[in-house]
Structures are given as structure tokens and as C-alpha cells.
Design a protein around this ligand. Structure first.
Ligand code: GLN
Length: 548
């Protein structure tokens, strides 16, 4: 049976709970334990799938097709453990499950209440798969004291009581603000936040205190005293240059030791930190720099493309170069001479996105990259726009476009080379979708296999493999009927679904490196195992940088 570590936050949001959880997961793995990480989000959306990237950052997709919080991406990047649908839940989903049960009469006419019905639903969720790992790390979103969070805090209190003594611990993150005027670090917000926790029956075992300044022993002792935590379980967390320093940094200040100590696991197995030492060595000893333009829609908010920027960092680490990404608003490329914004970059990346706004700028970026032989990586929408560009400018289908934009506008303006496919095959089963389905249920989601053409660049990227597997999240597909005319003009459909119906990869034949993929390879990239497409895209950019 797994031991449970609950991770909560207080004082302010954005303290880096997700990162602390992920780093702790990595450190427990380094000591030979198996882990799984989970996120419980108190908001009322049923899942983040329909939330704007401006609201909640990127939607992270799991192999089994769940649309989740971007924290699950951090968990995977640090532990390499593939997240599952059952690793994330929101209050919206919990309430919707409870209400569905009520409608089915499963509560036998009882009055439905937060305690026990909602809390039981949360506890059932926590218990899923508890026999599979040594440690289950469960992060509660939000901040202690939030109204929506209460049922979750109550559920973890009950859960810890239901279990044998010593099976569950609580790690709480807080902030220690620094008052420049008096030159002091203040412990009071931390004290208040722990008081808030204790008022709902929860006592932290480990306190992680974010601080911009070194925390003196005196302040540590004070926190320990007032918060009823052992002094060596008050762990300072300082700002880092890179998130990938977190496992080693947390190890140095004793986080994993404090956690194992709280479970009374002794002697603690010795950690093997070589993976993270190598990651840090690659990060700090990069030689040279490549500049990559990311031409997208949600460029004001970096979190909207979190996995993309991380995967680029990983690609840089694999090639021992620093990647400097620059976010370019696609609409700017639609201005006269706008494409000159792309001058001087060593690579152009067009990421995923929804809706028509900015897409003409993306088409312009694909044209620029194709004609000037700049390395191009098109991801999902970025592949679709590359196909539209080739259809217009190589195959003479001058009004080529995507049905997505016609649906949005409510009129037919384009020849849809990207269209809405109603059914396809996943594994051995047929999947159907209607444009009228709920917004949450109309996408091709999760991991799919693509068959790669021998001798293609994409099969070279995957070390000569005949297949690749990556995660999808999109409603529209390239229409395979355009394969022949486009291949006749040099756009190779070098990856297809195993049944040959769905184009998965395109590449420009007469080009040093121009690949579009329908999937999202960035989602599986890790600092210690970079996504092959990002690794090779950065390598191509590095080659161009050396040439000029
Ligand atoms: N909007 C496009 C589609 O739904 C692309 C989606 C994406 O880039 N993830 O097919």
C-alpha cells in the first residue's frame, strides 16, 4: 500500500507547489522508490479542456487522452512516469460525479452533503491505484483558506485518519516575505497559514518556505516552534535559475531526508543523483546559442506553451546549446513586410492553437521557412498551416484553408484541405465525433501510432524506426485526398495512421529540415530524455547557426 504525501500551499498562490512535488518525486525515485503524482484542483470546471490558455496555461494531454492541468506536465518531466486520466481531478468533476449518482438513485434517497458524499468521492479518487507504487504524491491546487478547497482539505484529513498511523504526511509550502526597510524575513504569514490548516484539523509534517533571502537558523527555529514542526523539517526554498536545478537544490536543503524522516523510514536508502547532475551539467555548460522564433497566438502568456518551451530547453541540452526562444505574435506577420520579423532566426516553430486569428501569419511563417530553407517544426496547427501553404503556393489550390475557420465564421470560403473527420480507428475500436458534440468531447485525444515512411527524415529522427507514438489534441485532420497532388510538388506525407487514412507527418523533400506533425511531441519530452523531434530541430538550427 502506498504512503501518501499531501502537498498544500498557503500565504500566496504560485509558490511552486507543482515544482516542489515533482522534484520530491524525482528525489524519492533517486532513492529507489516508485512514485505517482496527482493533482486535485478545487475549481468548478469539469476539466481544463475548455479553459482558455490565458486562464490556466497549457492544457496537458495524457497518453490515455485526458485533458489536464499543466502541473501534470511538470510531474512527467521530472519523474518520467506517464500521467493517467486518474491522476487529476477537479471539484467540478467530483460534484458532477456525485450529482450523477444522485440522479441514478445510488444514495438510496439520502440527503446529499459535502460531508460525507463529496469527501467520500474525493477519498475514493485518492485510493485509486494505491497498490501500485511506494509513494503517492497528491498536490491540492489553490491556497489554504480558499472556499472551494475546503472539501479537499477535509477529505485528506479523513483519509489520513482512515489509514494506519504513519501512512500519510502533509507538506505545506509558504512564503517568507522580506521587508527591505527593516531588513527582516517575516515568519508571521507562515504562522497564520499553518494556523489556518490546524483550524481544519491538519498539522503539517514538513514546511517548505519560499524565500528570496537565506533563512537564518534563528528564523527556522522560530517557525518550528510556532508551527509545531521539527526544526530540520523546515525546508528553505530559494529562487533557482532553472527549474531543473530543483531536485538537487531540494536535496541539498534536506527535503527528501525530512520526508523520509516523517515516515520514520530509516536508514534512508542512499540517493543516486547522477541523472540530475548530468541535466545540470548540460544546462550550465552550454556552448553557443540558437534563436528560435515561435509563431503563435497566445504569445503574451508563456505558460500557454509551457511544454513547448521546456521541450526546446531539452533539445538544447541534448545538443549542448542554449535555445533562446522568441515569441512572435502570428498576427504581426500578416502586416506588409511582417515576415521580416523572422529574419536572423535559426529555426521557426509554429505550435498548436485553435481558431482562425493569426493563421495567415502562420502560413506566411511556413512559406518563409520553406523558401529560405530555415528549419521548421510545425506542431498540430503548425502542420496544418504548412499543408495549407504548400497547397496554395505549390499545388495551385489558391483558396486552400481549414474547415475549422469556415465553421467558426459560419460560411464557406476555403477549399478545405484540413477538414473535420467524423470517425477513425484507435487501437481496435472505432471512434466517432460530431461537430455538435459537447466542446469537451469532440477531439482526437491521447496517444496514437503513426507509421513512418522508410528513408524519410521523420524515421531518421526516430532512429530509423517504422513507427512513432505521440499524443494528440485536435478536431481537424489533413484530408488524405490531397496527398497525391501535394506529394507531386514535394510535400511528402511521410507519416500516416496505421490504416493509412490520417496524415500524421509531412516534410518538405528539398529542404534541410522542415517537418510538420499532427501530434504534440513536446508533451513527452524530458530533460533526461528529450523528444527526438525537438532534439533534431535544435540540431538543425545549430547547423544553420554555424553556417551563417
Ligand atoms: N485547431 C486545430 C484542430 O483542432 C489544431 C489543434 C491544435 O493545434 N492542437 O485540429
Amino acid at each position: 500500500m502506498a504512503r501518501y504525501i499531501f502537498i498544500t500551499g498557503g500565504v500566496v498562490s504560485s509558490l511552486g507547489k507543482g515544482l516542489a512535488s515533482a522534484a520530491l518525486g524525482a528525489l524519492l525515485q533517486a532513492r529507489g522508490f516508485t512514485v505517482r503524482l496527482r493533482k486535485l484542483d478545487p475549481y468548478l470546471n469539469v476539466d481544463p479542456g475548455t479553459m482558455s490558455p490565458f486562464e490556466h496555461g497549457e492544457v496537458f494531454v495524457t497518453d490515455d487522452g485526458a485533458e489536464t492541468d499543466l502541473d501534470l506536465g511538470h510531474y512527467e518531466r521530472f519523474t518520467g512516469v506517464s500521467a493517467r486520466r486518474t491522476d487529476t481531478i477537479s471539484a467540478g468533476r467530483i460534484y458532477s460525479n456525485v450529482l450523477e449518482r444522485e440522479r441514478r438513485g445510488e444514495y438510496l434517497g439520502k440527503t446529499i452533503q459535502v460531508i460525507p458524499h463529496v469527501t467520500n468521492e474525493i477519498k475514493d479518487f485518492l485510493a485509486i491505484g494505491e497498490d501500485e507504487v511506494d509513494f503517492m504524491l497528491c498536490e491540492i491546487g489553490g491556497t489554504v483558506g480558499d472556499i472551494e478547497g475546503l472539501p479537499f482539505f477535509e477529505a485528506i484529513r479523513q483519509f489520513s485518519q482512515d489509514r494506519p498511523r504513519g501512512q500519510c504526511i502533509l507538506m505545506h509550502l509558504t512564503l517568507m516575505p522580506y521587508l527591505a526597510a527593516s531588513g527582516e524575513l517575516k515568519t508571521k504569514p507562515t504562522q497564520h497559514s499553518v494556523k489556518e490548516l490546524r483550524s481544519i484539523g491538519l498539522q503539517p509534517d514538513v514546511l517548505v518556505c519560499r524565500s528570496e533571502h537565506p533563512i537564518p537558523d534563528r528564523e527556522r527555529a522560530k517557525i518550528a516552534l510556532f508551527c509545531n514542526v521539527r526544526p530540520d523539517s523546515v525546508i528553505p526554498a530559494y529562487d533557482l535559475k532553472s527549474i531543473y536545478e530543483a531536485p538537487l537544490a531540494y536535496h541539498r536543503v534536506g527535503l527528501d531526508r525530512a520526508v523520509l524522516d516523517a515516515f520514520q523510514i530509516s536508514p534512508a536508502p542512499r540517493p543516486d543523483l547522477r541523472r540530475w547532475e548530468d541535466v545540470n551539467d548540460r544546462l550550465t555548460n552550454a556552448e553557443g546559442e540558437v534563436r528560435v522564433a515561435i509563431v503563435g497566438k497566445y504569445t503574451q502568456l508563456e505558460d500557454a506553451y509551457k511544454s513547448i518551451s521546456e521541450a526546446l530547453t531539452h533539445g538544447g541540452m541534448a545538443n549542448r546549446v542554449r535555445v533562446r526562444p522568441e515569441w512572435i505574435d502570428a498576427e504581426k506577420l500578416e502586416q506588409p513586410d511582417g515576415v521580416h520579423l523572422l529574419d536572423g532566426f535559426h529555426g521557426i516553430l509554429v505550435p498548436g492553437g485553435f481558431g482562425e486569428r493569426g493563421t495567415e501569419g502562420m502560413v506566411a511563417a511556413a512559406k518563409y521557412a520553406r523558401e529560405r530553407k530555415v528549419p521548421y517544426l510545425g506542431i498540430c496547427l503548425g502542420m496544418q498551416m504548412a499543408v495549407i501553404e504548400a497547397a496554395r503556393n505549390l499545388a495551385g489550390i489558391t483558396d486552400a484553408g481549414s474547415e475549422e475557420f469556415d465553421h467558426e465564421a459560419g460560411e464557406e470560403r476555403f477549399t478545405p484541405v484540413v477538414y473535420h473527420l467524423k470517425e477513425w480507428v484507435q487501437g481496435n475500436s472505432r471512434v466517432e465525433r460530431k461537430i455538435t458534440d459537447d466542446k469537451g468531447g469532440t477531439m482526437r485525444l491521447g496517444s496514437y501510432t503513426a507509421t513512418l515512411a522508410p528513408g524519410s527524415k521523420i524515421s531518421e529522427v526516430y532512429d530509423g524506426a517504422s513507427e512513432m507514438e505521440d499524443r494528440h489534441r485536435h478536431r481537424y485532420e489533413i484530408d488524405a485526398r490531397y496527398r497525391e497532388p501535394l506529394e507531386a510538388c514535394g510535400l511528402w506525407f511521410s507519416g500516416m495512421s496505421p490504416d493509412g487514412r490520417l496524415p500524421e507527418v509531412v516534410e518538405v523533400k528539398d529542404h534541410p529540415w522542415f517537418i510538420g506533425v499532427q501530434s504534440h511531441p513536446e508533451l513527452k519530452s524530458k530533460p533526461f530524455a528529450p523528444a527526438p523531434l525537438f532534439r533534431d530541430f535544435v540540431r538543425a538550427a545549430k547547423d544553420l547557426e554555424r553556417m551563417v
